[in-house]
Write a protein that binds this ligand. Sequence first.
Ligand code: TRP
Length: 353
Amino acid sequence: MKQVNLTGDRPTGRLHVGHYVGSLKERVALQNTGKYDEIYIMIADAQALTDNAEHPEKVRQNIMQVALDYLACGIDPDQSTIFIQSMIPELTELTFYYMNLVTVSRVQRNPTVKAEIKQRNFEASIPVGFFCYPISQAADITAFRATAVPAGEDQEPMLEQCREIVRKFNEIYGETLAEPKIILPANQACLRLPGIDGKAKMSKSLGNCIYLSDEPDTIKTKVMSMFTDPTHLRKDDPGHTEGNPVFIYLDAFSKPEYFAEFLPEYSCLEELKEHYQRGGLGDVTVKKFLNHVMQSELAPIRERRKMWEQRLPEVFEILKEGTKTARAVASETLCEVRHAMKIDYFADDNLLK
Ligand code: TRP
């Protein structure tokens, strides 16, 4: 079976380091293994509009920003097809057929949808389109026959819902669609990077993100203001590393060679953690080290982004070409879906019989 990799991001803002460790880094690594026959990266503008109907301009402006973030991270347009969701009407059509295979109560039970409804105060008035986005996401995935979706663990309920739709479709209309599996980051700290304020999720509306495009001084200010262990008041107090944002970031980003370069008193993260737990290690020392780590990790990304910012017409062409390629694939799947459902009325003269 063909190995097909697909993911997407809502263009509601620039991408941040949570996106990076949770999924983008993995996508680039998977791309560079050369093990996939096809790789699709989707800018999910139609999904972004499900809770931004009144702000289409915000979504529009972030299309190029997200494309730049992708290219900055090392997504290579020669290996990966980058495309814009709403420019592929087949995805909307597929969503409409899938809607009949899912019950309202099933979507209501989806934990990610539940959490997002709460987050947006939608309890009393959920837009129908927003409610249906898990179904539309199943269309995104299956239209490209994706077998693997590298994403954060918050996407697992979406994948589960997608697999249910695939099974139901195949059961009713015959074997047509492929079931996808999620690829989670191996590093636990990358599963859910907290915000710099220690809140569980990095989110633009909370103002607690470090963006991939942040300048060095902004990164430094953010790192130095990060929440740490509230019980570690004095340097000599024993400290907690577990659940401590600064150490979670170090778990996600630090490499042994950074110790030799920036903090040679310690040989590895374990040693640093032990000292912190014992007491005698101040937050400022740890934050200064984290700042060096973040600067080292983000500098090449920011530089590549600046390079692509000088070549916007080329980025536009990449999106246009990618969307054309993607549309051809989705359209082929739609033909098969219509055939399986026997609604391809003009493909033969069966209607006459
Ligand atoms: N829901 C994803 C997010 O919020 C975006 C998305 C849309 C997606 N379609 C997808 C992710 C298909 C993976 C596969 O980031």
